[in-house]
Design a protein around this ligand. Structure first.
Ligand code: SF4
Length: 317
């Protein structure tokens, strides 16, 4: 494909809906089994819910009010025409299936909402929930988003994730078996992983069957266990120049069929302890894209075989 550098989510949405589509984040009042003691207490070491909850998406407003406010804001700021409701903070399938169905169907009542994106943990799904979402997906655009974070069990243990990678693999496979569209969210830069191991993880990501991937560099956010660890003993985090080089090498190893929704992580400036790049979104994204063009490279350049569902062998952390 001429001029193909990576499979960008924005272009995918534009082609699918024929217009600008933006996500409206909502907080539906869920919690998370990794915080309430069901799996663990304290949550993942990097997690500060406030850091990924926009001001309009706070539980003091009803979900329908959050949708109204979010749409009004996005129309003004980006001239957006259609919207996907993004159930973002916490684990948005951590409730009985009957409650979830009512919640998700209510969100679809707004005439400018064309679909749902539902973020959750892989251990918060079962076949009843998959079947309900599969039925809903017949009626609207629906994406189920799993936090993968790392493919390495040792990392998942160190960040107190509360599940192993086999749990993620099984959840993604089950979702695909139900015909669902699946997004994965991965974090690169945990201090116990070498950059070679992070690059090698693409071999596993390519076999999962993901439709969409969010690639985040590790951020240290205030009021988290990771921030306490960092303040006790600072560890290396990606500078922008290092990330630009790394994420290009990561994309080169990633299947070109996977749609890329995020190329870096983000957190409100007042909560971000490190790294502080002091660059705008456009500067970061364009910086990566220009460097890919300069190198004459593209997503999937180093992928040898078509993605398959065969398990890949990984180096040990
Ligand atoms: S990152 Fe997600 S799974 Fe981990 S503690 Fe926070 S809400 Fe729970």
């Amino acid at each position: 494909m001429a001029n193909f550098i990576y499979n960008a989510y924005g272009r995918y949405l534009q082609e699918k809906f024929g217009t600008r589509v933006h996500k409206v984040s909502v907080h539906a009042g869920f919690t998370c089994p990794n915080r309430d003691g069901t799996v663990a207490r304290g949550g993942c070491t990097y997690c500060n819910i406030v850091s990924f909850t926009p001001e309009n998406a706070r539980p003091r407003y009803s979900v329908s009010d959050q949708i109204e406010k979010g749409i009004a804001f996005l129309k003004l700021r980006f001239a957006a025409k259609k919207f996907l409701v993004y159930f973002q903070p916490y684990s948005n399938t951590y409730a009985p299936v009957e409650h979830l169905e009512v919640l998700f169907r209510d969100a679809l009542r707004h005439p400018e909402v064309v679909g749902l994106s539902i973020g959750t943990r892989p251990d918060c799904m079962d076949d009843e929930k998959f079947a309900m979402l599969a039925e809903l997906a017949q009626e609207t655009d629906l994406t189920l988003e799993f936090g993968i974070e790392s493919v390495y069990d040792e990392t998942l243990r160190l960040i107190n994730r509360g599940h192993d990678f086999a749990c993620t693999r099984n959840a993604v496979r089950r979702a695909k078996a139900f015909g669902l569209h699946v997004t994965g969210h991965t974090i690169l830069g945990f201090p116990n992983e070498t950059r070679e191991q992070m690059l090698a993880s693409t071999e596993v990501i390519n076999t999962l069957g993901l439709d969409i991937l969010k690639i985040h560099n590790l951020h240290v956010v205030r009021h988290t266990e990771l921030a306490r660890q960092y303040e006790r003993q600072p560890f290396q985090l990606f500078t922008f120049e290092e990330w630009r080089d790394f994420v290009i090498r990561y994309l080169e190893r990633l299947s070109p069929e996977i749609i890329i929704e995020r190329l870096y992580g983000d957190a409100p400036a007042e909560l971000l302890l490190a790294p502080r790049w002091n660059l705008s979104r456009a500067e970061i994204v364009q910086g990566i894209e220009k460097e890919m063009q300069r190198r004459k490279t593209h997503q999937g350049r180093l992928v040898q075989h078509s993605p398959s569902y065969a398990p890949a062998v990984l180096p040990q952390t």
